[in-house]
Design a protein around this ligand. Sequence first.
Ligand code: GLN
Length: 583
Amino acid sequence: MNPQDALTSLAAVSDETEFYTPMPPGYKPGKTKYVGVFGTVMSGLGKGIFASSLARVLKDKGLTVAPIKLEGYLNLDSGTLNPFRHGEVFVLDDGMECDMDLGTYERMLDQNMTRMNFSTSGQIFSAVLEKERRGNYLGRDVQMIPHVTGEVKSKLRQLAVSSDADVVFIEIGGTVGDVENAYYIEALRQLAFEEGQGSTCFVALTYVLQPPALGEQKSKAAQLGIKQLLQSGIQPNIIACRAIQPVSNKVREKIALYSSVPFNRVFSMHDRESIYVIPEMIREAGLDKAVVDILGIQERVHVEAEDKARALWNDYLTRLRKVDARVTIGIAGKYTSVRDSYASVIKALEHSGARCGAAVEINWIEVSDIPLEDVADRLAHLDGLIVPGGFGARGVEGKISCIRHARTTGLPYLGLCYGFQLAVIEFARNVCGLDGAGSTEFSAECKHPVIDILPEQKQIEGLGGNMRLGGHDVVLKSGTLASRLFNGAPEVRLRFRHRYEVDPRYIDKLEAGGLVFSGKAPDFPIMQVLELPQDVHPCFIATQAHPELTSRPLRPDPFFLGLVKAAVARRKPAQVADIAVEI
Ligand code: GLN
């Protein structure tokens, strides 16, 4: 049976057949190819970075790509996950709260993701249970195979239809052998069978150990990891070996032999100085070409498009390496021991640093234990300060003291979400004389709840008092710093994740004290950007949004660029004139 026939016959859903392969309307077999990336040996190998870099290299060739991350956990989304354990919660423009890997894809591909690009076991099972209640399974007992696996395949094909992509990139979370990921792997095995030869390319990411006591690379763990994949019925087409040093030919040969993958398709993806060189590393090794050959999509590749994209990327790498100034930016938070919980903030600083020719060193300031009298000392060496997003009462007073220091000493400041709300509170207390100003989030009984959940906001959102999530438009006031940073754009789109906001009853008082609200929601009195006039402070700006989520290597976020530029100006005033601010 040829693959097309297989697909049509498998599409049947009836109680007479063991098959359950619902086909989304409009699915064109053969149009979209699939790359599956599996992790073996251990987690933490940078699977997301590798998969997104490979996707980027294919995109550079003029191909359209659509990634999807398949998570094993049962949560419906990542909204309730503790960033301390799981890394930051990344928010998409459509409001989906998802794994931070989606941030890696957005940044690497410079492409917005949607909820179609993210799935959890919770989503899969709840879809299956809903269908069961609706009687969609025609009297059948509902099984892991074919129904749950059928749901996974359906999700992948839906993404193929909605994105019309040349290549769907499937990254399976965790490592081969995890119970919660087993049915994803089985679904991919079935997908390869149904779509037929040349439609799927499976890449196993593995790890080659190099124990210091031996001083040589050992391939056994990698062999065992790949064996486990083979036992699940997946024959990898490509093996990418992570390692500290370039993987020796001897080890590559061993891995090739044990896994039935040709030697020239076993690649060394050893550690490099920066994740941004990985796309080039993939090209130099010919891994991209192997994928194109396996999928038979040579004729869809545009060589000129690739040359152009490659040149732009290499230009970014050159800027990253060219350091004319060094600045230190403090990040005052309570999760400062876990860098993953601020992944996008770190990246956004990197992007802006590259644009300004500056190396940005980050200084983590744990605010939970910072006494007021120590603030000036602790922040003395900084060129800029960020108070990032956060929730709850812990560390709030420490953050407010840090903001006060920045406001009164001219230290460049950028507030992100909570850092915006706390800047309002600090200003209300110390400039407008509103003693006892606070937020009902951390002090329900405060005298002046300048930050509050507003009843009309609850109605507007219709989310039962839940978070205001995703992309929203922000109208910028002309003549302000915010407007200048965005090149005079009257309206911009930013991403949000918050429950509280400035109580409009206090706006007049705050403005009378000298605070400028330079960004607002178009139709509601929701304050989204604040700043101090530049004759009062060189750079004091904050936003209710999370601009770190939309910063991209080649298009740094303007708020971060403004902060880094002001930090450089403090260090090296002469250099500022040379810094390009255009976005
Ligand atoms: N805790 C604040 C709120 O819910 C800020 C949220 C955030 O920083 N993401 O509005």
